[in-house]
Design a protein around this ligand. Structure first.
Ligand code: NAD
Ligand code: TYD
Length: 376
């Protein structure tokens, strides 16, 4: 991929996007380069199983895009990138993100989500606040200089009962899974670097995302692909757990608003105002697929639905109160549940080569070529 250095005097922004080869990160990079074509976007990504260079295809030949294969735990690398690329904005997506994996193998969650976030905070403090290079800060026409935006989840607030009001920014933290506990710890570190060191941070806690480029271990892409392959649809427990779904591009727009207008040190909840039980979600997916790609052997794909053993500690309900970001920054999700699901299904139907490469492992070919077969 190409490298390009903009002069320090330019009035464009230079973003470091961690985890930019993952689901939301890649959508964000593609969104940003489309909307701010003069800005420079540097992606730092370790290319774990969840990272996929094919998701960055739309950016690949853009001279303002640069991909760096590396770990956020490597503070020296992060500092070098902040200096060499004159980065004024970090958008921190990199994380281990799948609750089921955090139950069986929590160590990488602690390492990446907590230690990695702390390493990145130290790098930002060192380069932006401690060193003289801060005199050379680029002036941004779009964004305020030196912002560390931390992307987090509503799962840090724990689980809601059926009658509870949705999570606000003041809901006490009560994480229930190793994943959400590690994200909660990272949120606290980000907050602490603002209060202790006056680092210019913002945090967003967002509800469940769906859309293009989502790794097919999460509910929606897994079920779309299982439907296409005629495989069972494994619904955990009674299927009545509730999630508040947001189309991924709307999440990107929310982060964009926070970067442009968000107040330093503030936390913003982002949600879709779209609570659905898992059964409602599965029925919607089956109905859409019945219309778009009817099965030759089944009357409806809903006959593939199979109840399986529940996830340990499975949170019952998440729901977000987005009134703060709506009132302060004018955020409103653009996609409805119906249009978002239709777009997502379209994308998986039209991009079979993307998910087939994930399923057969060939999406890791770039790493194989770079490092032989020894990589993670
Ligand atoms: P993802 O698992 O699809 O992508 C994570 C990316 O981070 C991958 O590209 C991976 O290679 C990279 N990565 C992992 N460890 C790394 C490390 N040590 N150094 C550098 N890169 C590393 O995740 P996602 O669903 O895109 O989520 C992105 C962020 O948004 C996460 O912080 C997650 O907690 C948060 N979030 C996700 C959702 C959701 O519904 N997916 C909702 C709210 C918040
Ligand atoms: P998931 O996409 O893993 O997101 P999260 O756990 O972070 O909310 O799961 C969304 C919901 O779907 C959650 O209640 C668990 C449920 N689920 C199933 O019922 N079956 C599955 O195979 C998966 C992956 C999830």
């Amino acid at each position: 991929m190409t490298t390009h250095h903009s002069p320090l005097t330019s009035n464009t922004s230079h973003l470091l996007v961690t985890g930019g080869a993952g689901f939301i990160g890649a959508n964000f990079v593609n969104y940003w380069l489309n909307n701010y074509p003069d800005d420079r976007v540097v992606v730092l990504d370790a290319l774990t199983y969840a990272g996929n260079l094919a998701s960055l295809e739309p950016a690949k030949n853009n001279p303002n895009f640069h991909f760096v294969h590396g770990d956020i735990c490597n503070q020296e690398l992060a500092e070098r990138l902040l200096r060499d690329e004159s980065i004024d904005t970090i958008v921190h997506f990199a994380a281990e993100s799948h609750v089921d994996r955090s139950i069986h193998g929590p160590d990488t969650f602690i390492q990446t989500n907590i230690v990695g976030t702390h390493s990145l905070l130290k790098a930002a403090k060192s380069v932006w606040l401690d060193s003289h290079s801060s005199l050379l800060r680029p002036q941004s026409s779009v964004l305020k200089p030196y912002r560390f935006h931390h992307v987090s989840t509503d799962e840090v607030y724990g689980s809601l009962g059926p009658e509870d009001p949705p999570f606000t920014e003041h809901t006490p933290y009560a994480p229930n899974s190793p994943y959400s506990a590690s994200k909660a710890a990272s949120d606290h570190l980000v907050r602490a670097y603002h209060h202790t060191h006056d680092l210019n941070i913002t945090t967003s806690n967002c509800s469940n995302n769906y859309g293009p480029y989502q790794f097919p271990e999460k509910l929606i892409p897994l079920f779309i692909i299982n439907i296409l392959e005629g495989k069972p649809l494994p619904v955990y427990g009674d299927g009545l757990n509730i999630r508040d779904w947001l189309y991924v591009e709307d999440h990107c727009k929310g982060i964009d608003l926070i970067l442009q207008k968000g107040r330093p040190g503030e936390v913003y909840n982002i949600g879709g105002n779209c609570e659905k039980t898992n059964l409602e979600m599965v029925e919607t997916l089956c109905k859409n697929m019945d219309e778009r790609k009817p099965s030759s052997s089944l009357t409806s794909y809903s006959s593939l639905l199979t109840f399986v053993k529940d996830r340990p500690g499975h949170d019952r309900r998440y729901a977000i109160d987005s009134s703060k970001i709506k009132k302060e920054l004018g955020f409103e999700p653009y996609e409805s549940f119906e249009t978002g699901i239709r777009k997502t299904i379209d994308w998986y139907l039209q991009n079979e080569s993307w998910w087939r490469a994930v399923m057969d492992g060939s999406y890791r070919e770039w790493l194989d070529r770079q490092y032989g077969q020894k990589h993670n």
